[in-house]
Design a protein around this ligand. Structure first.
Ligand code: BJW
Ligand code: ZN
Length: 246
């Protein structure tokens, strides 16, 4: 793969880089994306599953759906894309701002991660806010009850209509604004306020590089679009970095 010279020059000079990632980076780890032809929202309706009212209406249905996805996530392994991002920490100050709840960046070795939409391995009681990691709960297909107060326990993920965790969002936004390069990887960039982060980076002068199998809502803002699989393109970028830094 031949990268354009302007991008190679940016890579050479950059100090701080940010990866803004979405479900597409985990697609090659066999975790389904949300939208697109194989996306889970084609089969399941978000309004029946990914919001608080749906959980209150039918906690067991929503819990069972997350339990099914927990099993997929737990058996998945980080792929070459996640590993390439982690490897770049040898060369740059790298922040990962992810919409994913699958923990694969951490498992690949990335150390500075902002999780905008929570983490499927964490859960909390909707009454007293006690947190439970999934292994601490007796995992069944029915929504568990809090050991302290008997309240319903839900996954610690951000549903539609809910606020994003403030520290994660502002930390991720600052990292993006301070970055020299902001890579936008495997996201349709249609869900807000998360999708505002690369736009803030661009407004602050960062060089925006999109990696996706197809154009997205964000493509018109990018400085460079690389169309292809993240797990194939990111390792090639690492090779270029190694060449330029040796
Ligand atoms: C590859 C690849 C490969 C595949 N390599 N690439 C109208 C207008 C604007 C906003 C709104 C509106 N109505 C409502 C809103 C707000 C709403 C929103 O943005 N809705 C839009 C969808 C219209 N946002 C919210 O509600 C947020 N909260 C909020 O706004 O709070 C303020 C507020 C409070 C109170 C009242 C009112 C407002 C919260 C959003 C929470 C999103 N949650 C989810 C579920 C998380 C839990 C779970 O997993 O179950 O987060 S939705 C889902 O979408 C998930 C994802 O993180 C998120 C983004 O999806 P992502 O990652 O981009 O995946 P895909 O599938 O869309 O794209 C995959 C991409 O990968 C594709 O482009 C592929 O091409 C690519 N690809 N293989 C490279 N190998
Ligand atoms: Zn409780």
């Amino acid at each position: 793969m031949q990268f354009k010279q302007e991008f190679l020059d940016k890579l050479k000079d950059a100090k701080k880089i940010v990866f803004f990632t979405g479900a597409g980076i985990s697609a090659e780890s066999s975790i389904p994306t949300f939208r697109g032809k194989d996306g889970i929202w084609n089969k399941m309706k978000p309004e029946e599953l990914a919001n608080f009212d749906a959980f209150i209406r039918n906690p067991d249905l929503v819990w069972e759906w997350y339990q099914h996805r927990r099993i997929i996530v737990n058996t998945a392994l980080p792929n070459a894309g996640h590993t390439a991002i982690a490897e770049l920490e040898k060369y740059y100050d790298v922040s990962v701002v992810t919409q994913n709840i699958d923990d694969l960046h951490r498992r690949a070795g990335s150390t500075k991660i902002f999780e905008l939409h929570g983490n499927i391995e964490r859960n909390f009681c909707i009454e007293c806010h006690t947190f439970y990691n999934s292994p601490e709960l007796e995992i069944t297909n029915t929504a568990p009850k809090c050991k302290k107060c008997g309240g319903l326990v839900r996954p610690d993920v951000v549903w539609f209509g809910e606020m994003l965790p403030q520290d994660e969002f502002s930390g991720g936004e600052k990292a993006a604004e301070w970055s020299d390069i902001c890579f936008v990887v495997g996201t349709s960039a249609v869900v807000y306020p998360a999708a505002h982060i690369p736009i803030s980076a661009k407004r602050s002068g960062s060089y925006i590089v999109e990696i996706n199998i197809e154009p997205t809502e964000l493509s018109r803002y990018t400085d460079y679009s690389l169309f292809g699989k993240a797990g194939e393109i990111l390792p090639k970028i690492v090779e270029e970095v190694k060449k330029s830094k040796s």
